[in-house]
Design a protein around this ligand. Structure first.
Ligand SMILES: *[C@@H]1O[C@H](CO)[C@@H](O)[C@H](O)[C@H]1NC(C)=O
Ligand SMILES: *[C@@H]1O[C@H](CO)[C@@H](O)[C@H](O)[C@H]1NC(C)=O
Length: 737
């Protein structure tokens, strides 16, 4: 159900006279602060009073100083902090009716009838119970003479919205929970460190990661690190796994691997439901194989550190959506949780999701493991199916191998640049196929190449489009062609994300953090990469809480620059000591980084000074983020499956002849599904001059960025999330991401 812009303009008024409270509960998760910030600012934006509840439900029960009216700047500079600044406590009192009665009194006293809870399924269930009991609690308060009848009538309904904060990614209905991506960052940092230091010794590492009931973290870590063996609660190993695991470890030693990695989720069990502790796995390896084996239990480290860019952006999106959901709620709308589908916020029926999450546990307890995985839905099913493919489909691996060989040979024999590059940046990718078509066709014929997998950026796509268009002239080009989009600019049509973009946004956040600490009364102007495409500037801007992000697609003029200077001056006066302005490298031909630097330096004289930081290739460096590793693995597997199907389908008279548009595609994430889009269809959607898609999904994050920065904006461009039905999602195993 989509609202029109008209309704959203009205939204601003509906917040007036209403009060929203936000609390964080249960185990802390990175990204909770970004959610608190977004709820607070969006709440203030729609004209509501916003209260921060400290120490979770305990603060709600205790009241007093634990419930504080928030101002715009109450949540400044918290987006980059780990944990939760408003605290989160386990609360026994709230599980009793007496405790909830006290909580209801505290809310009514402050006129609060909207509650946003960020926590795990237990916390959200508590919130729902509170809502169901609300009118009877108020009745009791009236009876006891603690509130008047009028007060009870005025506050007769409590709206609840849930944000799922859980590093385990264990909540049904949403693809990602707040904190899971950051936890993966911590795990991958440790695995990477082990891999670089352990190469000199032959060693086996048994890593125990969090996940009592959900193996998501373990599964993705295993895929992203190329682990030899994996134990997760949802997929207990079949009888005899000890022999198979040892054989596998021996096999990889024989193939020359010096390091074995075994990943164990803390809740791993065997098919009889008996726990498999990491120490048991270690002892087994030592006893049977005599390998030098170490156990590392990652524990609390996984909750620590700064939140990843993904979590900050996710939490911001979900927090904004939560406020809209509260504003739209009526006594008849069921309590909802805001989840993520693909990369879009969606409203989920809270209790159905909780029920489903419980069913998973029941299914696992009753050893119906396949059903548990299906019920879990979301990312787990998709990732686990890939894991199964990696472990079982030898054909696929062989095919993958042979495609690699083709590429290697072709490259070593001076294949014209522009095709068949496995890596490379947009700058090093200089020649497009059109200039060398004869030579390319000759090479394809010479090496008997029957399929083409191009991993690259905009040129990769444009190159395949040119090859496709030349098919009428050359039969040799009638072969399946697939583009896996890989560029930090994220400007390839046919996909919402390209490989490398998430890593680049994270790298940008890190660099900005390094340069901006310890300075006072200073505005940083940071230039980001991306050509004409403003994705990096916009997403980095949201993730670091920038005051503005200037991009080419969102034209700006001198008045906008002046408005921002005024805003920064105001901010400095309010003792907020830091300003941050991002500027995409090609956002404006005349308002250059240098121009903006000089403008801000002059206008800010006496109030703040201004420094420039050009991120440049710093954004390309560093280890790939867990998101990119995971996404890359998924795309790689799908691409090779697809190529193999096209080869079979189009094999006639001893050769491959593929000439339909469906055989030359870009592979990518389209809203919710990983899909193949024919390059010829994408042509109409492409702005070739500026090298980007004509319509970019992330553009609708711009109003949110401006709103969160208190920058002049009309929020009527914001497209709210849809209402999602859990039941359908949970069974659509193959769709989604
Ligand atoms: C930049 O300045 C030139 C004149 O030097 C002008 O022709 C051009 O239109 C300006 N560009 C923009 C985007 O305003
Ligand atoms: C070329 O490939 C086809 C199958 O695609 C195969 O039948 C043929 O023998 C190959 N020729 C050479 C020279 O490798």
């Amino acid at each position: 159900v989509k609202m029109s812009s008209m309704d959203l303009e009205k939204l601003k008024m509906t917040g007036a006279g209403r009060a929203i409270a936000v609390l964080t509960s249960g185990g802390d998760a990175q990204g909770m602060n970004a959610a608190v910030r977004a709820v607070t600012r969006m709440g203030i934006y729609v004209g509501a009073k916003v209260y921060l509840i400290y120490e979770g439900y305990q603060g709600l029960v205790d009241g007093g100083d634990n419930i504080k009216l928030a101002h715009w700047h109450s949540v400044t500079n918290i987006i980059q902090q780990g944990g939760t600044v408003i605290g989160s406590a386990r609360c026994k009192a709230f599980t009793t009716r007496e405790g909830r009665l006290a909580a209801a009194f505290n809310l009514v006293k402050k006129g609060i009838t909207n509650l946003c809870v960020c926590g795990g399924d237990g916390s959200l269930t508590g919130a729902n119970l509170f809502r169901t009991e609300w009118s009877s609690l108020l009745e009791e308060l009236v009876q006891k003479g603690r509130i008047t009848d009028t007060m009870a009538k005025q506050h007769n309904h409590l709206n609840i919205v849930g944000l799922v904060g859980s590093i385990d990614n264990d909540f049904c209905g949403t693809d990602m929970t707040i904190g899971a991506d950051s936890a993966l960052h911590r795990i991958m940092e440790i695995i990477d460190a082990i891999m670089t230091t352990a190469q000199s010794h032959q060693r086996t590492f048994v890593l125990e990661v969090m996940g009592r009931h959900c193996g998501y973290l373990a599964l993705v870590s295993a895929l992203a690190s190329g682990a030899d063996w994996l134990f997760i609660p949802e997929a207990p190993p079949q009888e005899g796994w000890e022999d198979r695991m040892c054989a596998r470890l021996e096999g990889s030693r024989i193939k020359g691997s010096r390091l074995n990695i075994i990943i164990v989720a803390e809740g791993a069990v065997d098919i009889h439901g008996k726990p498999i502790p990491s120490t048991y796995v270690k002892d087994l390896v030592v006893k049977r194989l005599g390998y030098d084996t170490r156990v590392t239990v990652l524990g609390h480290v996984q909750r620590g550190g700064t939140p990843s860019a993904f979590d900050r952006i996710l939490s911001s999106k979900l927090g904004v959506e939560a406020v809209i959901a509260l504003m739209e709620a009526s006594p008849t709308t069921p309590a909802c949780a805001i989840g993520l589908s693909g990369n879009h916020p969606v409203r989920l029926p809270l209790m159905e999701c909780v029920e489903m999450t419980k069913l998973v546990q029941t299914a696992m307890n009753e050893k119906r493991f396949d059903e548990a995985i299906k019920l879990r839905g979301g990312s787990l099913v998709k990732v686990s199916s890939i894991h199964i493919i990696f472990n079982q489909a030898h054909d696929l691996m062989i095919l993958f191998f042979s495609v690699q060989i083709i590429k290697k040979e072709a490259k070593s024999k001076d294949f014209p640049a522009g095709v068949l590059r496995t890596t490379g940046t947009s700058t090093s990718f200089l020649t497009l196929p059109n200039k060398h078509m004869e030579k390319i066709v000759e090479t394809i014929a010479k090496f008997n190449i029957s399929a083409l997998l191009v991993i690259g950026g905009f040129e990769g796509y444009e190159g395949v489009l040119q090859l496709f268009e030349a098919r009428s002239r050359y039969d040799e080009l009638c072969i399946p062609m697939c583009v896996i989009p890989a560029t930090i600019s994220n400007n390839v049509p046919g996909t919402d994300f390209s490989l490398g973009a998430d890593t680049a946004v994270n790298a940008g956040c890190d660099k900005i953090k390094q340069s901006a600490t310890g300075t006072k009364r200073r505005v940083f102007v940071v230039e980001t990469m991306g050509g004409f495409c403003g994705y990096l500037a916009t997403c980095t801007g949201i993730a670091v809480g920038a005051d503005a992000a200037y991009i080419f697609e969102d034209p700006f003029n001198i008045h906008d620059l002046k408005t921002n200077v005024d805003h920064l001056t105001e901010k400095m006066k309010k003792d907020i000591q830091r300003g941050l302005v991002l500027r995409n490298e090609k956002c404006h031909e005349n308002y250059t980084t240098d121009f903006i630097h000089k403008l801000y330096s002059s206008e800010g004289k006496g109030v703040f000074d201004c420094r420039v930081n050009v991120l440049g290739h710093l954004q390309q460096g560093g280890a790939p983020s867990p998101f990119d590793r995971n996404f890359g693995t998924k795309l790689g597997v799908r691409a090779v499956q697809w190529i193999s199907e096209r080869l079979t389908e189009n094999f006639r008279q001893d050769r491959v002849f593929a000439n339909s548009p469906e055989t030359a595609c870009v592979l990518g994430l389209n809203r919710k599904v990983i899909a193949f889009s024919p390059v010829t269809d994408l042509k109409a959607e492409t702005d070739f001059e500026h090298r980007m898609p004509k319509v970019q999904w992330w553009f609708k994050l711009r109003p949110m960025l401006k709103m969160l920065a208190k920058y002049q904006t009309s929020f009527c461009e914001y497209v709210p999330g849809e209402i999602e039905h859990v039941t359908r999602r949970s069974i659509s195993i193959d769709s989604g991401f």
